[in-house]
Design a protein around this ligand. Structure first.
Ligand SMILES: CCC(=O)SCCNC(=O)CCNC(=O)[C@H](O)C(C)(C)COP(=O)(O)OP(=O)(O)OC[C@H]1O[C@@H](n2cnc3c(N)ncnc32)[C@H](O)[C@@H]1OP(=O)(O)O
Ligand SMILES: O=CC(=O)O
Ligand SMILES: [Mg+2]
Length: 356
């Protein structure tokens, strides 16, 4: 552990000052693409206009014999594209792979000024973040970068979950953590064969009514990811970084994808991964507070005055704690509305309606 006094000191001579705050920028969807896939790469300039984060993926889903092509593709896309307000992230290969060292050296040297965040897969504990932290500082110094790169960890090993709090606080570069349900399921030896989402076998059943154990017993499917997402959210909140749900692999099932994303949103996540263009709008819808919720939250804040005491609104008690929840919703809505005039108009229209 670094001494708290040294926590914000650069880890290499000439490296930029580490950040003291994680920049608040919309990141409702982290859109994955394979930079070595020409069809996907061709869509990047258009997709950049409608996503908060574009992520050039170099790890899983990129074939072993296409790793170099993906890395080179990301370098040329980053150099050739104006991403506007959209952030550019990358997911490098895992720290035990033969590719990660060249991923980091090439990307930081060639396009370190274009990249915002480096996503690190299969993080096991703080030691993995410390390794990346020092290496990034050395590479930033060599490349003459003035803005520090941020680091995002994927929570996808049993060890990572056991150490999630120390991972979240391992470096001032830590920007956030995503749940990686596919690798995590394998690491835990869960018996699912899916990428995220629920499973019909994971359920609870109501008690029997009489002697017949089968008759009239409703079952309720449970959320396999509740415990991990909740733990990740707490670890992130306590360290001032951002939690995300990861991939939902059933691309065709846009309904269940929306449900999974919404569960994560309600529990405190700020975004999720989109693996296919069809998931971009789902994430945008889910991770933007609804106009009705924003209007209600604004009303509670207005009626609560200085934010202390208790009032009754439409039969519901509001006090210091509920007004704090409302502020979370309104702050997020204001941040998103600042760069999205359509959303701003929807929030204002709903607010006017509640006032009339
Ligand atoms: C499981 C744990 C993880 O690590 S998840 C993260 C790693 N996985 C990924 O990044 C997967 C990314 N997505 C994909 O590879 C593809 O979307 C998969 C799922 C294979 C489906 O592709 P495909 O069969 O081409 O779908 P499609 O015919 O419906 O595609 C229509 C057009 O859209 C394109 N497309 C597809 N996905 C993306 C994407 N992520 N970004 C940009 N473009 C995408 C396709 O190339 C296709 O283009 P065109 O219309 O033929 O020109
Ligand atoms: O990388 C993501 C996962 O689910 O595994
Ligand atoms: Mg994974």
């Amino acid at each position: 552990m670094r001494s708290p006094k040294d926590f914000f000191a650069p880890l290499a001579v000439g490296a930029p000052q580490p950040p003291r705050q994680i920049p608040v920028r919309p990141s409702r969807m982290i859109h994955f693409f394979d930079p070595g896939n020409e069809k996907m790469a061709a869509k990047v300039p258009d997709i950049a206009k409608k996503t908060d984060v574009l992520l050039g993926n170099l790890e899983d889903a990129v074939r072993a014999d296409r790793k170099e092509a993906a890395r080179a593709g990301l370098v040329s896309i980053a150099k050739a594209t104006d991403f506007g307000r959209t952030q550019l992230w990358t997911r490098v290969n895992s720290l035990d792979s033969p590719w990660v060292l060249d991923d980091l050296i090439t990307l930081v040297t060639e396009i370190g000024d274009k990249l915002d965040v480096i996503m690190v897969p299969k993080v096991e504990g703080a030691q993995d973040i410390h390794y990346v932290d020092r290496l990034l500082a050395q590479l930033e110094a060599r490349a003459g970068l003035t803005k520090p790169l941020l680091v995002h960890a994927i929570l996808e090993t049993a060890s990572g979950v056991a150490n999630v709090e120390e991972i979240a606080g391992a470096s001032p570069r830590m920007q956030g953590i995503s749940l990686g349900p596919a690798d995590l399921a394998a690491s835990r030896r869960m018996k699912t064969t899916r990428v995220g989402g629920g499973h019909p076998g994971y359920l609870v059943r109501t008690d029997p009514v009489g002697d017949d154990l089968n008759e009239g017993r409703t079952t309720y499917q449970q959320d396999l990811w509740h415990y991990t997402v909740a733990r990740m959210v707490d670890a992130c909140a306590m360290n001032g970084i951002l939690p995300y749900y990861g991939p939902f692999g059933d691309i065709r099932d846009v309904v269940a994808c929306e449900d999974q994303f919404r569960n994560a949103f309600l529990l405190g996540c700020v975004g999720a991964w989109s693996l296919h263009p069809v998931q971009i709008d789902i994430a945008k819808k889910v991770f933007s507070p609804s106009p009705a919720d924003v209007a209600w939250a604004r009303r509670v804040i207005a009626e609560m005055g200085d934010g202390t005491g208790a009032v009754m609104i439409d039969g519901k008690m509001q006090d210091d704690a509920s007004v704090k929840q409302c502020r979370v919703v309104v702050e997020l809505a204001d941040e998103l509305a600042a760069t999205d005039p359509e959303l701003a108009a929807a929030y204002d229209a709903a607010t006017k309606e509640t006032q009339s």
